[in-house]
Design a protein around this ligand. Structure first.
Ligand code: DAK
Length: 258
């Protein structure tokens, strides 16, 4: 039987929390871990009672990277024919907002996993890095692209070529993370942020997430066209009618997420 490497919780209404639970390997991400995260995220994505998802690890490690002991067995043919990227890609395709709550090590695939999320709330002990070069390889789950977009070319090069680790304070300074809190508080603060997002109208949150992500893929004009299309589509939702009516009637809106 496959070992269960994650814990699933609903700490407050509207928030689905996935906790990596492989402490003996600092939450190293083997194929089963990634498959379990993807499956749990897709279940929350399909659950109408959930408006925001949190992915977290332990205070000591968010995740120390892909499982080196598993990768050591792999050949180029095995990597190519095994379609090893599929489960990782499932995580980046989640339509609801996802927050990574990161403490301790977020290295290699662990850093890439955090960057696949939409926001990062970090503890003061969080440490971000892409140390793959020490193993004779390079980032393979988005690090060269997402880190560069987040912190800029100069710092990204140093992180990946020179194995520079970024502290939480540095990550905040460079724009990789949203907020930093003492280790006793980072998860509670991530839950508070997620709970707030979960109270927002659900179709609009998905449309905003999709449009912001297009800023990475498209030219400015294409991105503006995509934004306008989503903006117009929201005029067909019950939430648009309710939101505007509630404003005019000076009362809080009752979202239907439709
Ligand atoms: N894989 C497997 N086991 C790991 C691990 C990892 N990445 N990181 C830590 N562990 C295990 C250790 O082997 C040790 O297990 P035992 O020896 O006790 O059995 C246990 O966790 C505790 O680790 P340490 O004893 O080393 O703990 P320390 O506090 O001394 O050091 C550390 C913590 C995080 C600095 C150190 O463990 C470390 O340097 N770990 C490796 C970090 C690393 O190099 N990460 C990058 C891996 S490469 C892709 C998808 C993903 C990727 C690529 C492609 N596709 C879909 C195409 C990603 C690649 C990577 O992430």
């Amino acid at each position: 039987m496959t070992q269960q490497y994650i814990l699933i919780e609903t700490p407050v209404d509207g928030v689905g929390l996935i906790r990596l639970n492989r402490p003996e390997a600092l939450n190293a991400l083997n194929s089963d871990v990634i498959n379990q995260i993807s499956t749990a995220m897709e279940a929350f994505d399909a659950d109408d009672t959930i408006g925001c998802i949190i992915l977290t690890g332990s205070d000591r490690a968010f995740a120390a990277g892909a499982d080196i002991k598993e990768m050591e067995q792999r050949s180029v043919v095995g990597m190519l024919t095994g379609d090893k990227l599929t489960d990782w890609t499932r995580i980046a395709r989640i339509s609801k907002p996802v927050i990574a709550a990161v403490s301790g090590w977020a290295l290699g695939g662990g850093c890439e996993l955090a960057m696949m999320c939409d926001m990062i709330v970090a503890s003061e002990s969080a440490m971000f890095g892409q140390p793959e070069i020490n193993l004779g390889i390079m980032p393979g789950a988005g690090g060269t692209q997402r880190l560069t977009h987040a912190v800029g070319k100069a710092i990204a090069m140093e992180v990946m070529l020179g194995d520079r680790r970024l502290t939480a304070a540095e990550a905040l300074h460079y724009g990789l993370v949203n907020r930093v809190y003492p280790v006793e508080r980072y998860l509670d603060e991530a839950i508070k942020l997620a709970a707030k997002i979960a109270t927002m109208p659900g179709v609009a949150t998905r449309m905003i997430k999709a449009a912001v992500n297009k800023a990475y893929d498209l030219s400015l004009q294409q991105g503006l066209d995509y934004e306008k299309r989503n903006f117009y589509l929201l005029f067909g939702t019950e939430d648009k009618d309710e939101g505007m009516k509630a404003f005019i009637e000076k009362r809080p809106p009752q979202w239907k997420n439709r």
